[in-house]
Design a protein around this ligand. Structure first.
Ligand code: 4AD
Ligand code: MG
Length: 429
């Protein structure tokens, strides 16, 4: 008999097929039993009448939550069921009867669930989030490959800091001090000088000391870098990517967004080009809303929410003060106090999802910035070589996957957008 995934069952009306999964829920009246089976692609309602198959009915009664089962039966259209079909059972094969399952279908506290993250991811909402995440990651790759970008994986163990020294995770590398990567950018710049347009995609690490709903210690970043891309080329690439991701998720994850109760009109309203505000204009916006904000300070989460709240699409905030941005950002030729960097702020209060900009391509300036930031010059010697041998204007950016998924799914906290989050006080499971 053909093994069919639940999400594909609608293509098998009136056919007898097999589904392999786990029992999510069960209701029985003593005469009729409804079993909800999950297989990772969706939920399927299975029906069995006692009078039709008393032997099978007895089997069904034994199966408890999260027992693994293979069910066989005829697929029927049923608009009221999840996925629009149900299965009239003709056979049940028990693979494993589960112990008493700790996560019941009632509400549980977040700590209780986080301690059981390895099981929590089986619930419909968590599975939906992880499927959206998978789509987002694949969409990033598809889009960049369409644009002729080459994947160049960056190292995880590194000798130097990319994003400031305050959030480094230090490790002992055979007696030498090393760090977990905060960003693949510096290596991306080298790869871009070799291959033109490149990206890396992997985990990055920040020893963030603050506990917020936007910060993880380990998060995944898609970082693109392109030789001969100026600031403007870079913004165009970013908005094209985000737009492509949204359209792909709307196309592939409609059912998941429904499970998540996401208001998809908000996503459908996103359009190109994205609005842009300079940092200075953004400060004006805050002041006009009655906030006291000093030019030169960095925006906090409430500021970002306030700035983005008037837009349906993500908004670029560009040309930040040099002092609050990373050492590698190129000064704006028409105003030395600001840099050609931009953050992309998601709507609905989700804050920064992308950070990027044009890089310093001049050797002398870069050397002095490394000194000003008290960065160890030896560790950056190789990076300076990139400005010695055929330096060109170049730009890039990093997209945080977890924040992007949180926004697209409309959920409160990034910890639910990654299979096994690493948060300030949690390293288990
Ligand atoms: O703005 P950030 O720090 O930029 C960079 O690391 C650049 N070197 C990227 C580049 O140009 N290649 O981080 C980029 C994005 C942020 O916009 C945010 O989405 C995400 O990474 N991010 C985090 N996500 C979750 N938890 C954290 N602690 C994060 N820190 C940054
Ligand atoms: Mg940033």
């Amino acid at each position: 008999m053909e093994w069919v995934l639940i999400k594909n069952l609608k293509n098998y009306p009136e056919r007898e097929v097999e589904v392999k999964g786990w029992l999510y829920n069960k209701r029985s009246s003593g005469k009729i039993v409804f079993m909800i089976i999950r297989d990772g692609t969706g939920l399927l309602q299975c029906v069995l009448m006692k009078k039709d198959r008393p032997d099978l009915f007895e089997q069904a009664e034994k199966i408890n939550q999260e027992s693994s089962v293979i069910v066989r039966g005829t697929v029927r259209e049923e608009p009221r069921s999840p996925g629009g079909v149900e299965m009239q059972l003709t056979d049940i094969e028990i693979v494993n009867i589960a112990d008493n399952y700790p996560i019941s279908l009632k509400e549980h506290g977040v700590d209780f669930l986080a301690d059981r993250r390895h099981l929590w991811i089986r619930t419909p909402k968590q599975s939906a989030l992880l499927r959206v995440r998978s789509t987002v990651e694949q969409a990033c790759r598809d889009f960049l490959h369409q644009q002729d970008f080459v994947l160049a994986d960056a190292p995880i163990i590194t000798p130097a800091a990319c994003e400031g020294t305050t959030t480094l995770f230090e490790i002992d590398y055979h007696g030498e001090k090393a760090f977990l990567s905060q960003s693949g950018q510096l290596y991306n710049e080298a790869a871009a000088m070799a291959l033109g347009r490149i990206y890396c995609f992997g985990p990055t690490f920040r020893a963030e000391k603050s506990k917020t709903r936007r910060h993880l210690m380990e998060f995944w970043m898609m970082e693109a870098e392109a030789a001969y891309f100026d600031f403007e080329d870079n913004l165009k690439l970013q908005e094209g990517l985000i737009y492509f991701i949204i359209r792909t998720v709307l196309d592939k994850n409609k059912e998941d967004l429904k499970v998540l109760n996401r208001d998809i009109e908000k996503l459908e309203a996103v359009s190109l080009p994205f609005p842009r505000l300079s940092y200075t204009e953004a400060v004006e916006v805050l002041r006009n809303k009655g906030r006291e904000f000093e030019w030169g300070n960095d925006f906090g989460a409430p500021d970002e929410t306030e700035i983005s709240t008037n837009f349906n699409s993500p908004v670029f905030v560009h040309r930040y003060p040099t002092k609050i941005k990373a050492f590698y950002m190129k000064p704006d030729p028409s105003d030395g106090k600001v840099v050609l960097g931009a953050d992309l702020l998601a709507p609905e209060g989700y804050g920064e999802i992308i950070g990027g900009g044009q890089r310093i391509d001049d050797l002398t300036l870069l050397e002095s910035r490394i000194r000003e930031h008290n960065l160890p010059e030896e560790a950056f010697a190789w990076y300076l070589d990139l400005r010695r041998y055929g330096s060109v204007p170049h730009s890039g950016f990093g997209l945080g996957i977890e924040r992007t998924v949180a926004w697209l799914c409309g959920i409160e906290h990034v910890r639910e957008t990654i299979p096994f989050p690493r948060t300030l006080y949690r390293l288990y499971p």
